[in-house]
Design a protein. Structure first.
Ligand SMILES: O=C(O)C1=C[C@@H](OP(=O)(O)O)[C@@H](O)[C@H](O)C1
Ligand SMILES: C=C(OP(=O)(O)O)C(=O)O
Length: 443
């Protein structure tokens, strides 16, 4: 091989000029289904004792990886229209779970955490691997707990991917203590499969903070909706113990709610441009953390109204800073940080130390990228301090993080010349983002 042929050549950087808003947006934006609901529903349907339907599922990298992994384990997932003939749907036909199998988790926290307990129920080895970042994201809570509950796992990297779960056709289950302070998904993962464990499960969180409680509530609600019995005694006002009784699960006909965290950049556009955006089908009641945007973005200067048409969010063009604990709604942090960088007063975002272990180290990435556009952001122990300053154009790097890309697009609305690196990374949860964004702006 010649020196030139062996030299490492960086691929050309893919830059997307973020559209600058010349006026107030006025748009209705239909947001695809929730990632968190779709992937929980797929797992529960795969573990059920009868077929189920999933209508308006999200079709994005994370959910297609989940569907593909379940197919590899023997579950049939067919394309179809829902039983009432409306909308696109998946029909899920559970079958005995089989190994050997190989699961690609990509960089999906839901796939890498929710599927190892399912694999323990398969009748052979299941190998898990994914993107380089998946090797760095914490998984010890799931691995250690599954071992206590009776599973055999080879994790050559000790507590991380890649690993092999040696499915034995069933799992004892029982009582386990875990530290879920680095990810709520450890708790959700164990609860979702627990009705199929011989003794069910009792999970006790023993760590310091427990992030993303609404996502654990989503798990509990969705389990109950398919007939599982879940008890969650409260401790100091919040649950820290969950008990799931062994039982058969019903097949469900579920219409997936729009992804309210993916609605965030569009609502932010109303706030930033002093415009108006309506998101149809905004649920009146939901466990999705994105529902907190109604309160957070209102405090930051807008107003919202929930009607038959959906949620209409209206901005005034003035954005105020905010001091807020985002521990329960961590995945909203990049979008809130982007809006905060454009505000008329400083912001402090707290309670999100665990974001250092998300798709990328989000606290470091937001600090670096906003500061490179002229901003003044500092990392704190558990969040960000953002002092707004006039920003200028430049490249906004995204680190394979969909929410970094949408955060950069929000800033680009108000700052001319922002270019988003690898906007295609939004395909993790919202493949049509660039088109939806330009359509919202009337381009
Ligand atoms: O269970 C879920 O669907 C999720 C839980 C949260 O994870 P962490 O608790 O790891 O933050 C959230 O950030 C992620 O986007 C989705
Ligand atoms: C943290 C996120 O994803 P994951 O499910 O991969 O943890 C996210 O979507 O913001």
């Amino acid at each position: 091989m010649t020196a030139a042929a062996s030299a490492h050549i960086d691929p050309p950087t893919d830059l997307w000029p973020a559209p600058y808003a010349r006026g107030a947006v006025d748009a209705t934006v239909t947001v695809p289904g929730s990632k968190s609901v779709t992937n929980r529903a797929l797992v529960l349907a795969a573990l059920a004792s009868e077929p189920g339907w999933l209508r308006r599922p999200l079709r994005s990298r994370d959910t297609l990886l989940m569907a593909e992994a379940l197919r590899t384990l023997g579950v049939k997932i067919e394309e179809g229209v829902g039983p009432d003939g409306s909308g696109e749907a998946w029909r899920i036909l559970p079958s005995p779970l089989r190994g050997p199998a190989t699961v690609d988790v990509g960089n999906a926290g839901t796939v890498m955490r929710f599927l190892p307990p399912v694999a323990a129920l398969a009748d052979g080895p299941v190998r898990f691997d994914g993107d380089p970042r998946s090797h760095e994201r914490p998984l010890h809570g799931v691995i250690d707990a599954l071992r206590v509950l009776g599973a055999r796992i080879d994790d050559e990297s000790r507590g991380a991917l890649p690993m092999t779960v040696h499915g034995a056709g069933g799992l004892d289950g029982g009582t386990v203590e875990i530290d879920a302070s680095s990810s709520s998904q450890f708790v959700s993962a164990l609860l979702l499969s627990a009705p199929r464990f011989n003794q069910g499960v009792e999970v006790r969180h023993v760590g310091s903070r427990l992030p993303s409680l609404p996502h654990i509530r989503m798990t509990v609600d969705m389990l109950r909706a398919v007939g599982a019995q879940v008890d969650e005694p409260e401790h100091g006002g919040a649950p820290n113990v969950w008990r799931v009784t062994p039982s058969a699960l019903r097949g469900r006909d579920l219409v997936v709610e729009p992804d309210l965290s993916n609605a965030q950049p569009f609502l932010a556009a109303a706030l930033v441009t002093g415009g108006r955006v309506t998101v149809p089908d905004w649920p009146a009641r939901t466990t999705q953390p994105g529902d907190a945007l109604r309160e957070i973005f209102t405090e930051m200067g807008g107003s919202c109204e929930l009607t038959e048409a959906g949620l209409t969010f209206t901005g005034t063009g003035r954005i105020h800073g905010i001091d807020v604990d985002l521990g329960e709604v961590g995945e909203l942090t990049p979008g809130i940080a982007a809006v905060a960088a454009l505000a008329d007063s400083p912001s402090t975002l707290r309670g999100v130390a665990h974001l250092r272990l998300h798709e990328t180290d989000r606290l470091a990435a937001l600090t670096k990228e906003i500061n490179e556009l002229g901003g003044d952001v500092t990392e704190t122990e558990d969040g960000l301090h953002i002092r707004p300053r006039p920003l200028h154009g430049g490249v906004f790097h995204t680190y394979h993080d969909h929410r970094m890309a949408t955060a950069g697009a929000i800033i680009g609305l108000a700052v001319e010349g922002v270019e988003i690196e690898d906007v295609a990374t939004t395909a993790k949860t919202l493949p049509d983002f660039p088109t939806m964004w330009t359509e919202m702006l009337g381009a």
